[in-house]
Design a protein around this ligand. Structure first.
Ligand SMILES: NC(=O)c1ccc[n+]([C@@H]2O[C@H](COP(=O)([O-])OP(=O)(O)OC[C@H]3O[C@@H](n4cnc5c(N)ncnc54)[C@H](OP(=O)(O)O)[C@@H]3O)[C@@H](O)[C@H]2O)c1
Length: 262
């Protein structure tokens, strides 16, 4: 099976920690040259410095705040103009805060749509010409199992995730004639800062202790454990590879069996 990515350049977003960092490491291990982005410069530099590298691989990073889409657009367009095309795009950013949908501030929806859907579109449009020129393109969106089963207490997130999944399905169809694939990876409960913060928020709100919140969450997972960021990254690495050339337009949960729908 061909999962090697020699000569391929990948842009990995939200790469300073968690699932994005694990994805960057996996793609580098497969041989890609990886550009990381997120806001935390120190973390980006550290992750970048630790990436696996063989002959011809060059990794770098740039800081960008996805809550400032216009600035992101300038940064990515300059980068493509200076350094040439990327063949892999991993769309990923910080999840919206928890809370019900009906009480959420309108601004929370605007921020979430900007950070996820609008930034995905900006990056797609900046990278697509290079993917076409290269004859290789993989767009992988890190979303959530909530696109299959909305998660109670994550109202804004559920809403924007659904929009991203519909966007992805649509562009998968549009770009299939170019051989460019577009897929979504849906993490279940994955041990990262995001999960810790969500559980801390739930503990505070319900008056339960953190361990109890964790234990209750685990009852939803048939495998009886949380996932690791590296397990989500393995799916990303596969979808990014030549071996996954005929898979497009799909949403793949990596969730220990938690999603009950087919
Ligand atoms: N972990 C889970 O259980 C789980 C489950 C389902 C879905 N997800 C979703 O999967 C995605 C990744 O999850 P994760 O657990 O890896 O999250 P995480 O640990 O919170 O990491 C989020 C990443 O996004 C970056 N980021 C956050 N806000 C940003 C902004 N405004 N501009 C640019 N970068 C930003 C962060 O870096 P900086 O702070 O340096 O910017 C970080 O690198 C999230 O959307 C999350 O909601 C996670």
């Amino acid at each position: 099976m061909d999962i090697k990515l020699g000569g391929i350049r990948a842009l990995v977003c939200g790469a300073s920690q968690g699932i994005g960092r694990a994805a960057a490491r996996t793609l580098a291990e497969q041989g890609a040259s990886v550009t990381l982005t997120a806001r935390n410069e120190q973390a980006l530099a550290e992750v970048c410095g630790d990436l696996a590298g063989g002959e011809g691989q060059q990794h770098d990073w740039f800081a960008a705040d996805f809550d400032q889409p216009e600035a992101l657009e300038c940064l990515i367009r300059e980068r493509v103009a200076d350094q040439g095309p990327f063949q892999i795009l991993v769309n990923n950013s910080g999840g919206p805060p928890g809370g019900p949908a009906h009480t959420a501030e309108r601004d929370a929806y605007t921020t979430a749509f900007q950070r996820h859907l609008i930034c995905n579109q900006i990056l797609l449009q900046a990278l697509l010409p290079g993917m076409r020129e290269s004859g290789y393109g993989r767009i992988i969106n890190i979303i959530s199992t909530s696109v299959k089963e909305p998660i109670p207490g994550l109202g804004v997130s559920n809403t924007v995730r659904g929009a991203v999944a519909s966007w992805a399905k649509t562009i998968a169809h549009e770009l299939a004639p170019d051989g460019i694939t577009v897929n979504n990876v849906l993490p279940g409960f994955t041990r990262t800062d995001r999960l810790k913060k969500l559980f801390e928020g739930k503990a505070e709100k319900t008056g339960k202790d953190f361990a109890q919140v964790e234990a209750e969450a685990l009852t939803q997972v048939p495998m009886g454990r949380f996932g690791e960021a590296e397990e989500v990254a393995a799916a990303i690495g596969f979808l990014a590879s030549p071996a996954a050339a005929y898979i497009t337009g799909h949403s793949i949960p990596v969730d220990g069996g938690r999603t009950r729908s087919i």
